[in-house]
Ligand binder design. Structure first.
Ligand code: PMP
Ligand code: GLN
Length: 383
């Protein structure tokens, strides 16, 4: 039989799937794949039951349910003072993952270059490859995961069209400083590029740090494509509702692609997320405290086990340096932790194309029940 397409010839099972499978096989506590092992808020789930019962069960309009687009637009205005017209500038997708694919497909011609800041979320590079684009990695250098402006400028060529940035950042838990964002923004403007800002962890922020959407920076709204989703904010990663906010011309292009990828997104679940977004102001303090308590507990325990690193300000991940503990590289050390200590993590080298810096870290996800985290700590005590 003939071969499958060349453009996917180097695709492998994603590191998240691999590590979750290994966790099951070795009966290990799964702190690898990023999802809560507890349920999302009752009030949002109740809305889903209600919306189904009320008959919101046929195709939604292909750009997204009007109710949800209105609520997305409304929260960008309330929280960030950003104006997106729900009719023409907000598009609902099947999670941020579809949003990322749609944006890249709509923008990238074969041979176009896309700057990805590594460590990166794995679907960026895969989506670029599926469009025949070229991913150009720029390393966010450890230990603070900063981008060097000169390195970034040097990587930009006449073929560069798009920069992809993720803030708050998976896997490091970094929240970008305003000046750092401005450095990337000024090069985006100077070189007439687009910037896709993946902000799926926008509300998962701690210690009062507030998220800075890239679109709020001077002169950036028109060239920024903001991607976000409900998965992390409501701890319901399986609901897969995402959105893209961008100017009308770009949104039109994204909608043209989206209509042929999924056409439209689950109607009752969109309606339920819309109700969830209406209640963000009352919901978020409880949500943040729940995750901040988990972060504090797990950070305290990891530091007392001898891992030294700065506490993450956002996301539900910790990028933990391992070189004080072992000479091993991340992949081998992750295997040792699964087999001998029954704790699964993610080896971050999977998130790099260029640098070997990721080999000196493991990513832990702390979006887990207190008893799961306690059991992991007990297992790791022997380390
Ligand atoms: N971007 C980042 C940085 C992520 O960590 C994830 C997955 N958790 C996604 C995008 C995909 O989000 P979704 O589950 O909404 O597709
Ligand atoms: N975003 C999640 C993580 O970083 C996993 C999503 C997935 O499995 N693709 O772990």
């Amino acid at each position: 039989m003939k071969e499958t397409a060349l453009r996917i010839s180097d695709f492998k099972d994603s590191i998240f799937g691999v590590m979750s499978r290994l966790a099951r096989e070795h009966n290990a506590i799964n702190l690898s794949q990023g999802f809560p092992d507890f349920d999302g808020p009752e009030f949002v789930k109740e809305f889903a039951f209600k919306k189904i019962a009320e008959g919101h069960n046929q195709y939604a309009p292909f750009p997204g349910s009007m109710n949800l687009r209105n609520e997305v637009s409304s929260y960008y205005k309330r929280f960030y003072n950003l104006n997106y017209n729900p009719e023409s500038e907000v598009t609902i997708t099947v999670g941020a993952t579809e949003a990322i694919f749609v944006v890249i497909t709509a923008l990238i011609n074969p041979g176009d270059e896309v700057i990805v800041l590594e460590p990166f979320y794995d679907s960026y590079v895969a989506s670029i490859k599926m469009c025949g684009g070229v991913a150009v990695p720029i390393t966010m250098h450890a230990p603070n995961f900063t981008v060097d402006a000169e390195e970034l400028q040097k990587a930009i060529t006449p073929k560069t069209k798009l920069i992809i940035l993720n803030n708050p950042h998976n896997p490091t838990g970094k929240m970008w400083e305003r000046e750092e964002l401005e450095t990337v923004a000024s090069l985006t403007i100077k070189n007439d590029l687009y910037l896709m800002s993946d902000e799926v962890y926008e509300f998962l922020t701690f210690d009062g740090h507030s998220h800075i959407p890239t679109a709020t920076l001077n002169e950036m709204k028109e060239r920024t494509i903001t991607v976000s989703s409900a998965g992390k904010t409501f701890g319901l990663t399986g609901w897969k509702i995402g959105w893209i906010c961008a100017n009308e011309k770009l949104s039109n292009a994204f909608r043209l692609v989206h209509q042929y990828v999924t056409f439209s997104v689950s109607t009752p679940i969109q309606e339920a997320v819309a109700e969830g977004l209406k209640n963000l102001e009352t919901y978020l303090p409880v949500f943040r405290k729940q995750y901040q308590d988990k972060r504090d507990y797990f950070y305290k325990e990891l530091t007392s086990l001898g891992f030294k690193f700065d506490i993450p300000r956002g996301t539900y991940f910790m990028m933990v340096p391992i070189s004080q503990k072992t000479e091993m590289k991340d992949v081998d050390y992750a295997m040792k932790l699964i087999k001998d200590y029954k704790v699964a993590t993610v080896p971050p080298s999977a998130f790099y194309l260029k640098s070997a810096e990721g080999e000196k870290y493991l990513r832990f996800c702390f979006a887990k029940k207190d008893e799961t985290l306690q059991a992991a700590v007990t297992n790791l005590k022997g380390l």
